[in-house]
Ligand binder design. Structure first.
Ligand code: GUN
Ligand code: ZN
Length: 451
């Protein structure tokens, strides 16, 4: 095994566990061997651990007083080819927005030169904002989607990447010609990803949504996911107009979620984006199927889709993570997703008033890390600092050279953590580790050529 990425980190660590949303571990050391956490112990026992774990001579990184480490952020829903549109064209509701802005930009990615440049910018930006694992939608174009995988691999990010399927109710210039073509291309995509033997990237089956996929296509995609034991991602109940359209297209089904269920798309490895307008029977259904929900609050406000009642779903034990949903959401950072999660939850509490407990920042942090790992069915290997998990982590420096947040003498570790969550940004993310490997110096981002 290559030992060059083995490392020991010493200082303060903050993470979520199954019982607590944010635990602060002061004066600890974490040993990383072969990309995974080998030991966690008190800082005073570092030498003993190095000996015990056969890691003598390993590089040691000591954090300064105000620095701390958190698990890397997990973005459970993001459209890489929509990044060129991030921050523009948010003046329409979902269906009109898709036609006016989204399908046109996605269609450009069949030009591989355009795709190479735009995808590199997108992944770079997402990574420098601390997203160590992203669940990406690409486009319908297989070769461009493979190019996205190559770029993610090159930059060292962990990702699920989906070639999008859509064969109906789509513009002539951006649609797959038949079920057969859509399935053949998806098979080609899966085989190509497998043959490239990436260490951090896996394919995910990606029917765009029930409006853009016929029943046969959805069924065949469900079969394909089963055949290859793959995760699935799609959109569900994002806006009221969308739900009405689906009900019209599929009058023989009990609900929007039932369409996915009857076509075999609801599995314990399914990531359902939005879920703002679920009925109680739909909540029961996705709970029974153990699907995860990607909560994308920035997008839900920007496209005026609705306010998800995250507390309600969490109380019913639905798995939940956060998504930026670029470019329905305009911000590529999960820090933003956490903040807007709280705004939406606070708004719910204002609307519902009595007895409603809005989410707090620690819960939002848990959703952004361990919650995301659960939604992506990766909680055995990701999401927090437990022995045996991959060391995917961010070194946060609240006092970094270009920081725009201020720390005061009497600020304790929890204050620094909260200030970073509410007012920090990528300038406070000093180092990024994925599978123990330091993958990115954010400074590099500023020298990315705008070709
Ligand atoms: N529903 C179907 N496609 C999309 C998309 O690209 N973005 C969002 N927000 N919703 C969708
Ligand atoms: Zn989306």
């Amino acid at each position: 095994m290559d030992k060059k990425n083995d490392v020991v980190l010493c200082g303060t660590f903050i993470h979520a566990t199954n019982t607590e949303s944010a635990v602060i571990l002061n004066d600890k050391c974490i040993g990383v061997k072969d990309g995974k956490i080998e030991f966690i112990d008190d800082i005073s026992l570092v030498e003993k651990n190095l000996k015990q774990h056969n890691m003598e001579g390993t590089k040691i990184i000591k954090m300064t007083e105000r620095q701390f480490m958190i698990p890397g952020f997990i973005d459970t829903h993001i459209h890489a080819p929509q990044y060129p549109n991030a921050g523009k064209g948010l003046d329409k509701g979902l269906l009109e927005w898709l036609e006016t802005y989204t399908f046109p930009v996605e269609s450009k990615f069949k030009d591989l030169k355009y795709a190479a440049s735009a995808y590199r910018k997108a992944v770079n930006r997402v990574l420098c904002n601390g997203t160590t694992t992203a669940c990406y939608y690409a486009t319908i174009d297989t070769d461009a989607t493979l190019l996205l995988c190559d770029i993610i691999n090159d930059l060292g990010q962990r990702a699920l990447v989906g070639k999008v399927n859509m064969n109906i109710n789509s513009p002539d210039y951006y649609v797959e010609a038949s079920v057969e073509e859509s399935i053949n291309e998806t098979r080609r995509y899966i085989e190509a990803v497998k043959s490239r033997k990436y260490t951090t990237i896996q394919p995910i089956i990606t029917p765009r949504f029930a409006i853009a996929c016929c029943k046969t296509l959805m069924k065949k995609l469900g079969d394909l996911a089963e055949e290859h034991n793959l995760p699935i991602q799609t959109h569900l109940c994002e806006t009221k107009d969308e739900v009405s359209f689906v009900n019209k297209l599929f009058p023989d089904y009990d609900s929007y979620a039932d369409v996915y269920d009857k076509t075999g798309l609801l599995t314990e490895k399914t990531v359902l984006a939005h879920c703002v307008h679920l009925t109680q029977p739909e909540i029961d259904l996705i709970k029974n199927r153990k699907c995860g929900v990607s909560h994308c609050p920035n997008s839900n406000l920007s496209l005026r889709s609705g306010l998800l009642d995250a507390r309600n779903l969490l109380q019913q034990d639905i798995k939940m993570g956060l998504g930026t949903d670029v470019s329905g959401g305009y911000h590529p950072s999960i820090l933003d997703a956490m903040r807007v999660t709280l705004h939406v939850s606070n708004t719910q509490s204002l609307l519902k008033q009595n007895g409603y407990t809005p989410l707090n920042m620690k819960e939002a942090f848990s959703l952004a890390t361990l919650g995301g790992a659960k939604v992506l069915s990766m909680e055995d290997v990701l999401g927090n600092f437990e022995v045996g998990k991959y060391f995917d982590a961010l070194l946060i420096d609240p006092c970094s050279e270009h920081s725009v947040l201020d720390i005061f003498d009497d600020d304790i570790a929890n204050d620094c953590f909260e200030k970073f969550m509410f007012t920090g940004d990528d300038r406070n993310i000093s180092r990024i580790f994925i599978g123990g490997k330091e993958v990115h110096n954010p400074v590099d981002v500023f020298s990315v050529q705008s070709t």
